[in-house]
Design a protein around this ligand. Structure first.
Ligand code: NAP
Length: 326
């Protein structure tokens, strides 16, 4: 079934029903739902639009694409689906926000925009190792998502960097595919929970190199090996491998929201249940400002969960705007 529905645009000088900040799976899914809910919608997508999937090559775990799909192509589909229903999409970086009164104000690309509501979907960035040799090989053997990319490393040798729960989880996922997994950790003890550490240390496929850091990732078109420095002896050894999984943490993209909205101790936007609106699950600390995706989600960080959160925030936003009319 097709329809030709297009969401309205705001009248000249009037605020948008909603401004969505971010254009990854959460923001664009929110845009698909808000426009189909007949809300005038502006998506401020950032100069680097599309989120983390734009750095990925093949995506094999997004439902609906049994043969897999390139990350860029998937995000272009999200974007054209939101545009099809009338979302106005501007690829500008948001410089500042003012949530102190409604309509909310959002400044981007030297323009000021007003929204009756805002959906924050700015995502989180993987913290990478910061090596010069790393950037060119991301998506070519370097990954930060084992559930997404482990199947590409069937019967291959990989390393996982980090000593937290994420690193343990990545290593465990990889045991289903890779032939050999080596965790490289900079200290002599993991910070991961006991139960996760025990699982990892008991798994015969996983080895650990303690007190060590990767100082170079070798390879031109794909990862061929790593140079590992023992930070107690300063000795550097080369290790031929096919993949590097970086699991040293994530950083939520919330700089512009500091002091404007409640963030947790790690900088993620806090979701709050507002006594007036107990049924709305995606409200932030400010009524009318909703949150979706990795910018609040420490745990799942998957494109499909981000898209789900985007849907939830849009439906909550629509319900909240509707209730203001009564
Ligand atoms: P994390 O707990 O902050 O751990 C990051 C790890 O990376 C630490 O071991 C740290 O080493 C290491 N590291 C940091 N910077 C590094 C660098 N430049 N080079 C080398 N190593 C570096 O992060 P996370 O593992 O992503 O977990 C984040 C939060 O999510 C945690 O609260 C965690 O419990 C939670 N989580 C829970 C689950 C679960 O329950 N299943 C799964 C995943 C995450 P040091 O130890 O030396 O600082």
């Amino acid at each position: 079934m097709t329809d030709n529905f297009i969401a309205p645009k705001p009248k000249t000088g009037a605020p948008y029903d909603t401004i969505i900040i971010g254009s990854g799976p959460a923001g664009l899914t929110a845009g698909i739902y808000t426009t189909r809910g007949a809300l005038s919608t502006l998506i401020l997508g950032g100069t680097k639009w599309g989120g983390q999937l734009m750095l990925t090559t093949e995506v094999e775990n997004y439902p609906g694409f049994p043969e897999g799909i390139q990350g860029l192509e998937l995000m272009e589909k999200f974007r054209s689906q939101a545009a099809r229903f009338g979302a106005e999409i501007k690829l500008e970086d948001v410089e500042s926000v003012d949530f102190s009164q409604r309509p909310f104000k959002v400044n981007a690309g030297n323009m000021g925009y007003e929204g009756k509501s805002v959906i924050i979907a700015t995502g989180a960035d993987t913290i990478w190792l910061g090596l010069e040799s790393e950037q060119k090989l991301i998506g070519r053997g370097i990954s930060s998502c084992a559930p997404c990319d482990a199947p590409f490393f069937r019967e291959k040798r990989v390393v996982v960097v980090g000593g937290g729960d994420s690193a343990m989880e990545e290593a465990m996922v990889l045991t289903k595919y890779a032939s050999e997994i080596t965790i490289i950790h900079r200290r002599d003890a993991f910070r991961a929970s006991d139960i996760m550490q025990k699982k990892v240390l008991a798994n015969p496929k996983i080895k650990v190199i303690w007190n060590s850091e990767i100082v170079e990732i070798m390879g031109e078109m794909r990862v061929m090996g790593v140079k590992i420095k023992n930070n107690q002896t300063n000795e550097v050894a080369e290790m031929p491998i096919d993949g590097v999984f970086v699991a040293i943490g994530h950083s939520p993209m919330t700089n512009i929201f500091q002091g404007k909205i409640e963030l947790d101790e790690k900088g993620y936007v806090k979701k709050m249940i507002n006594a007036k609106w107990p049924m709305l699950n995606s409200l932030s600390s400010i009524e009318g400002v909703f949150v979706a995706g990795d910018v609040h989600d420490h745990h799942y960080k998957q494109a499909v969960t981000a898209a789900g959160f985007g849907c939830q925030a849009a439906m909550d936003c629509e319900r909240w705007l509707e209730s203001l009319k009564t």
